[in-house]
Design a protein. Structure first.
Length: 236
């Protein structure tokens, strides 16, 4: 594999309801003199996807209002501790507070997750192909905690043009042993790596990832391929 590079796309500015993400992205790429090529990958944070799709709601600055909004955005609440909720969202994601975000948004508002992040990724990918005539992959990211480790990391919540899960079952390791359980969450690894250049307060919602192995590209969905079915979840 060639070297993988990650480049933050700068100068996008504040994203509002109705903004075309493809326009914001392509204009910013042009300003940085960056051209897209086949098998490039664009990472976009879920927050700007949500803002462009009108997923910003008014909310009172009270714990009761925040909890009510979280529970409204949840399919079910799995754990409660004070105002914290560990939830299963309507998408099937298990995360804190249904992904409701009160940071980097106007006072008195909250940003909800996109309704269908896979569809959002497909729409952005399709618009890039239409305007620039190049097939790239798209990963929509959000920040999740992990149940057994401190800290948060970015994960993929939507993909297009990328196989989010690399299935190595039936192949052999470096010592010739057969692998019978190894599946690599490629989309999550890309999301976490991209966060190193995006940061949390840098106003850079897009990153360009280049140099990924060609075998990573293809059809896939976070909802279908990465979300663990409840029947296979030993901890729920």
């Amino acid at each position: 594999m060639s070297a993988v590079t990650l480049t933050a796309i700068e100068g996008v500015g504040e994203v509002r309801d109705g903004d075309e993400l493809a326009t914001l992205l392509l204009d910013a790429l042009d300003r940085q003199s960056l051209n897209l090529a086949r098998h490039d990958l664009i990472v976009v944070t879920s927050k700007v996807v949500s803002k462009s799709e009108g997923r910003v709601v008014a909310i009172e600055d009270t714990s009761e209002a925040k909890v009510a909004l979280v529970e409204r955005e949840s399919r079910r609440v799995l754990r409660r501790r004070g105002p914290l909720r560990i939830t299963e969202t309507t998408h099937g994601f298990v995360n804190a507070n249904a992904g409701v975000d009160l940071s980097n948004t106007d006072d008195g508002t909250a940003v909800l997750l996109p309704r269908d992040p896979d569809r959002s990724a497909r729409a952005l990918r399709g618009e890039i192909a239409r305007r620039r005539g190049v097939e790239v992959a798209v990963v929509v990211t959000d920040t999740f905690g992990r149940p057994w480790r401190q800290g948060v990391t970015d994960v993929a919540i939507g993909v297009a043009g990328l196989r989010p899960l690399l299935d190595l079952r039936g192949t052999r390791d470096a010592n010739g042993r057969m692998l019978d359980a190894t599946e690599v969450a490629i989309a999550d690894e890309i999301a976490a790596a991209a966060n190193l250049v995006l940061g949390k307060a840098a106003a850079t919602p897009f990153a360009l990832v280049r140099g990924l192995d060609e075998s990573y590209f293809g059809d896939g969905s976070v909802a279908a391929d990465l979300v663990r079915p409840v029947a296979e979840d030993l901890f729920r």
